[in-house]
Write a protein that binds this ligand. Sequence first.
Ligand SMILES: [Zn+2]
Length: 356
Amino acid sequence: MSLSKSLNKNVFEIAGHVIQPGERIQFDLPTANLYTHAPLNMPIEVIHGKYSGPILLICAAIHGDELNGVEIIRRVRSFRGIDKLHGTLVLVPVVNLFGFIHQSRYLPDRRDLNRSFPGSEKGSIASRVAYKFFNEIVQHCTHIIDLHTAAVNRDNLPQIRAALENHEVKKLAKSFSIPVIINSELIENTLRYEAGKLGIPVITYESGEALRLSEKCIVTGVRGIVSAMRVLGMLPSKRIATVKAEPYVARSSSWFRAPLDGLFRPLCSLGARVKRGDTLGVISAPFSSEEEVLTANSDGIIICLSNLPLVNEGEALFHIARFEKASAVESEIAAHESNIEEDRLFEIESVLSTEI
Ligand SMILES: [Zn+2]
């Protein structure tokens, strides 16, 4: 999409705030109160461009312990020249404030916020937070990139998850320009499902571990967002070199589960290609000399790995995605990783001086 040349004559109104073209503001969205009467306010930044264009919501920490996205958003907002964008950026680095404070995925009612959309005005705390976010913020945007990591004790290869049967969603997924896309089914009450029902294309960037920051996952995410914003016509086409990758869509994916209880040691890494019969890892019984070798029951690429050695039978250890051309995907992942490692955005100062 080419850049719109038309000056933005319209103010942008969101959650009771009126933002002039060329203006950026921060505000707190009140969502619910804790029983201490302390308010759970969601911090939000809006950058309303001088030129018209899409309204892109980038949000993170819907699961409060998933931190890579918080840092990704901080870097996107810090780019020099980000306020010259075409269109509007709505940045919500921490959707689940309570979980973020408590280093937890959940809210005090133990509900998963990403199963609570579109929420209800009078429901449990998760429903009320979801309702406010959905009604005051989500519905005012034209595109959404939702940032996640694996659940605690797991590590995700950087990947996009999206429901690709929708043309606009597929375009957004590919525009992120990373090697692995999972065509993932929509689950009711998730942000992707409920915003999708309103016709808003949503993609999820999954990368890294809960409660950890990974520079590789962060830089990949920042580069992916810049790439998507260029395709959406929100940023000038490259003043700086991009880190691009050929995106491959998985045919399917499945979990390899522990066949017995014990101590688990993985013997393959994220992004590796495995073939049926290859050794994936070992489970040993702590009080015997027995060891069970885990062998792959299908070909594919490892896209998620458990990093907790204590396992019970049935627990998910490896998420394996199947592709038409697995060897091409493996090479693309390796090439993309080394490009990202050499990227100057690995030094945070270059974000602050990089004109995008
Ligand atoms: Zn998540």
